[in-house]
Design a protein around this ligand. Structure first.
Ligand code: ACO
Length: 428
């Protein structure tokens, strides 16, 4: 493609600039299209539309590549820890040893939440879905941390970012404790991020809780795998909410609300439910047939992705993490793992899935892993939200700091009634 493209509309020829990224597809800049032609573009679902310019995350869906700031996800998950990935996403570079130590301290020493927030939790019904509680409590943070809501102040933006990364595990663990009817467990500063989270979830006052380092490392890796994924639905929601100047806590609450949907973050919960419903290997053909039947709404959960038309690189790392967790918890013979492995094998050799390029996504093996870690399915999307918070807030910060930033205001193709006169109620 050249540096310019020409669009012909009726007898008009309009030249549109073509922008090149570092890697990835070129982008036709249609910003001036309406001014020159009076026409909009139409792309529901954004399948061909770049909604922003970003330097944070790159995905090559055909090749199954995911990189943060240029670093492949496999290397980050293998060699680093979650807080290092957080630093990378927020600041753009891997930290030096001194920067890492300082960042870890800033996050790990700001993990307590305002004590008044415990009362907020107590207002929810015990049987509320944990994601409903997350939307409410994270949105409520703006009411507790007034000194980090001025988005025009770079210092406050960073304070809000660190606060969100630091306090999200505490809020997620409190959500879990409230859900299961146990007392809240306060964070402990001598534990690392993932170990602290596991302790806040699973410790009880009546006995000592010793964090298993294999499980803490697995939890940390699961957080890395979910940290960011460029302009997905929830990230785009955060950016759109933030484009109006809304405070960061409200924007993250909007992201959590979007993530909850079964086509997005809710898929890992739906996937485990599906594996349980299938139950045994002999029922796999029946469920594959359902997934292929156009008259049946059933879809193979944890399969398919808008961007990946190849194996989701996160699914491979998640599968390895699953083996480690099952072994460490004495569940190496988990029957659901057998169902999942067989299901994957069947689907990957089925012409329907081959033709449509449907491969396992990150959610396919995460449910089995999270269940073995001790979490109920209702908490799965909460864990995703916890990990994705750094991606959301990094993307939000990038947007606010972009000089080209304007309020996000899509247009539409109107197909409703044309102008008509009001009819008096007696004459209708
Ligand atoms: N099972 C069966 N068929 C599927 C599946 C599936 N999981 N996914 C897609 N298809 C089929 C569709 O029916 C469609 O067929 P058609 O062309 O004959 O109409 C074709 O593949 C393309 O699917 P679309 O829905 O158009 O693709 P889209 O990009 O809009 O959807 C999505 C992607 C939502 C992820 C989809 O693959 C899906 O519903 N998967 C199951 C849910 C899931 O695992 N979500 C997690 C996503 S990853 C994440 O959020 C972390």
């Amino acid at each position: 493609m050249t540096d310019k493209s020409t669009l012909t509309l009726g007898d008009m020829n309009v030249e549109l600039p073509v922008r090149k990224g570092t890697i990835g597809p070129d982008v036709i800049d249609i910003g001036a299209l309406y001014k020159h032609t009076g026409a909009f573009t139409y792309d529901p679902g954004f399948t061909s539309t770049a909604s922003c310019e970003s330097k944070i995350t790159y995905i090559d869906g055909d090749e199954g590549v995911l990189m943060h700031r240029g670093y492949p996800i496999e290397q980050l998950a293998e060699k680093g820890d979650f807080l290092e990935t957080c630093y990378l996403l927020l600041y753009g570079e891997l930290p030096t040893a001194a920067q890492k130590k300082d960042f870890d301290t800033r996050v790990l020493r700001h993990n307590m939440v305002h004590e008044q927030m415990t009362k907020f939790f107590n207002g929810f019904r015990r049987d509320a879905h944990p994601m409903a509680v997350m939307v409410g409590t994270v949105g409520a943070m703006a009411a507790f941390y007034h000194d980090s809501t001025d988005i025009a102040d770079p210092h406050q933006r960073m304070v809000a970012s660190i606060r969100l990364i630091a306090k999200m595990p505490t809020i997620a663990a409190m959500t879990y404790k409230y859900h299961v009817g146990q007392p809240f467990v306060y964070p402990k500063n001598d534990l690392d991020y993932a170990a602290n989270f596991l302790r806040m979830c699973f410790a009880v006052p009546c006995e000592e809780y010793v964090v298993n380092p294999v499980l803490a490392r697995a939890m940390d890796r699961i957080f890395i795998l979910h940290a960011d994924h460029e302009q997905n639905a929830s990230t785009s929601t955060v950016r759109l909410a933030g484009s109006s100047g809304a405070n960061p806590f409200a924007c993250i609450a909007a992201g959590i609300a979007c993530l909850w949907g079964p086509a997005h973050g809710g898929a890992n919960e739906a996937c485990l439910n599906m594996l349980e419903e299938i139950g045994t290997v002999d029922r796999i053909p029946e469920y594959l047939a359902k997934a292929k039947d156009k008259n049946d709404p059933f879809r193979l959960m944890g399969f398919g992705h808008r961007v990946y038309k190849n194996y989701d690189p996160r699914a491979k790392i998640m599968q390895k993490t699953m083996y480690e967790v099952l072994e460490a918890t004495g569940h190496s013979d988990d029957p659901l793992m057998q169902v999942a492995l067989e299901l994957e094998k069947h689907a990957l050799s089925d012409p329907y899935f081959i033709e449509k390029k449907l491969y396992p996504n990150v959610d396919f093996y995460s449910g089995i892993t999270l269940r073995a870690l001790g979490f109920p399915t209702t908490m799965f999307t909460v864990l995703f939200a916890l990990a994705r918070t750094v991606g959301w807030i990094s993307q939000w910060k990038e947007m606010i700091e972009d000089p080209a930033q304007r309020i996000g205001r899509p247009r539409q193709l109107y197909t409703g009634a044309a102008k008509r006169d009001y009819v008096d109620i007696a004459k209708r």
